[in-house]
Each structure stands twice: as structure tokens, then as C-alpha cells.
Design a protein. Sequence first.
Length: 340
Amino acid sequence: MRKIWKRRILINDPAALDPVQIEQDLRGGNQVIVQFSHPEYYGSILEEVDELCARWDENFGVRFYGHRSLSLDCDTLLRIPHVKMLHLNCLVQAHNTQALGKLHHLTSLNLGIYELENSDILGMDTLRSLRDLSVISEKKVLNLQYLNEFSHLEQLHVGGKVKHLDAIGYLGNLNYLALHMISKLPLHFINRLDKLKNLRVLLGGREHIQEIKNNQIEDLEICRVRGLHDLTNITDFQSLDRLVIEDQIQLRELHFDREMEALEELTAVNCKGLTHLTGIERLPKLRKLRLFKTAIDFDSFIRQKLPSSLSMVEFATAKTKADQAIQESLLQLGYQKWSS
């Protein structure tokens, strides 16, 4: 079950709102977010925004960002008590953050405040009903111990400076997890997440993900993780149907040492040290394969046994002449061009 990304329609610093257009966009399956970059823009319109918050579900949201040299006064949030989806991000400072504790309808919260004033901000009782949480703390060490009380949480994006990361292991309903700029902290807790289907490991630094053994993960993405060079346990991810590896310059080899019956899509992008991709014949359902800017030799690669299910292949070096020749060879072999 892959995370579904909805089209997001942003209404920036509006002087007026169009409820008819907003309804049309929401009924079309989109998300609509009214966003404000400075207090001068939301001074007289927040009550109207709150009426829309009361009418619609969490696909209608409010965002506060920027604010130049100002600190966001979170008491402003008391003017939108019915907000269900709230973004407070791309902010340097915010004060009176305890006002979040009075928003009893919140189900989705995105927090990205560089100078976060309260490292225990997740301790507010009202936040325990959240289903979707994104929180990045770059300056203060964010205390995650409160997450073991977030029994409704299904999607979590967490990053920066944190402590008690293993509290995530108590989130029994979690199906999506993104770990952002988190270095070297152990990942054993992921083995306790029986419902986790989507895992993204982004930035930060670690050499491997060997701690992850027992899992039901279907979608795995590893991007720009400093020092990562070992994916020898990749076949422990037996439920995997999509694997994306990006910007991993120290990864030399990707080998499938046993059959993976679910894997349908494999991407390796800008892994300049990757010289060997072997065992692909053990991927009986692989349909789509993309290799871009790796050190794999095309002639050697294409001579190995490939699964009969494979229909779409992109192999590119970023050298125009060579890539044209490779593309012609792939077409002659019956492989279609990659499509997302």
C-alpha cells in the first residue's frame, strides 16, 4: 500500500476567499491550503478561514510560513479553532506554542520551526489524536518520548535533533515513516511496526540498515544518506514492491541473494560508485528498472539473465551519445522506455 500523494492547491496571502472554487477543488480530490507569509495578510480573514475549516475535513488546511524577521505568535491559532490540517513550517521563530493545546480538531500537523522554543511540544494532550505528523527540529533536541501515546498516528515524518527515537516503535497504526537527517541512531524499533508499509530514510548518516529484519514494508526509499555502503540485507524486505536508492555514492554493490516475489519497481539514481547489480533473476515480478548515473557497465549488465516480467528499462549515463546507443539497444531487445 503506497502512500497516496494528493494534488495540493495553495492559496497564498488571500485578500478574499472563493468558497465555491474551494469546494470544487476539494470535491475534485485535491488538498486546499490557505497560507500566510506575514501578519499583515491574515489580520481580517481568519474567521472566514475558520468557517471553512469547520465545514471541511483535513483536506482543507491552513499554513503559516516565512514571516521574515518576525516570530509567529501562535495565539493567532485561537482564531481558527476548527482547523484540522495545520502547517507551521519554514519559520525561524514562533512563540506561545502552547496554543496548539487548545486546537481540539487537529488531525494533521506539520511543524518546522528552526528555533523551536519547547522541546516537549509533543506532550500536549490534544496532539494525541493526530493521524498525520511532520516535525523537524534543527536547533533544539526534540523529545519524542510522548509518541507512545499517539495511538491514532498513521503517518510520521520526523527529523533533525531528536531523543527517544525508539518511542516510534509503539505506534501500532503507523503505515508511513520518513526519517529525515537522523544520524546513526539505532533502527531496531522499526521491527515492531507491523503495519508499516512505507519507509523513507533521507539525509543524515549511517553505514547500513542491518537492524531492520522483520517487516512488512512495501515501499522503501533511501536518499543521500552519508556513509551508507551496505545493503546486503535487502532481501530481508520480503514484502517490498518498490525500491528507490538515490545519491548513495559509497554503495558499490546491490545483490539479491534470494528470491523477492513482490518487487516490481527498482530505481538506482546517481549512485556513482555502484558497479554491480546482480541476482536480478531472483525478482520474478520486476516490471520497471531504472539505472541512472551509476558505474554499472551496460554490456555486462544486459548479458546477465533478466526476469521475463521486465518490460520497462531505463539505463542512462548522462552522456548523450552513449545513452542514445543504449536506448536503441533496449528498444531492439523489446524493452519499453520508463514511465512513472
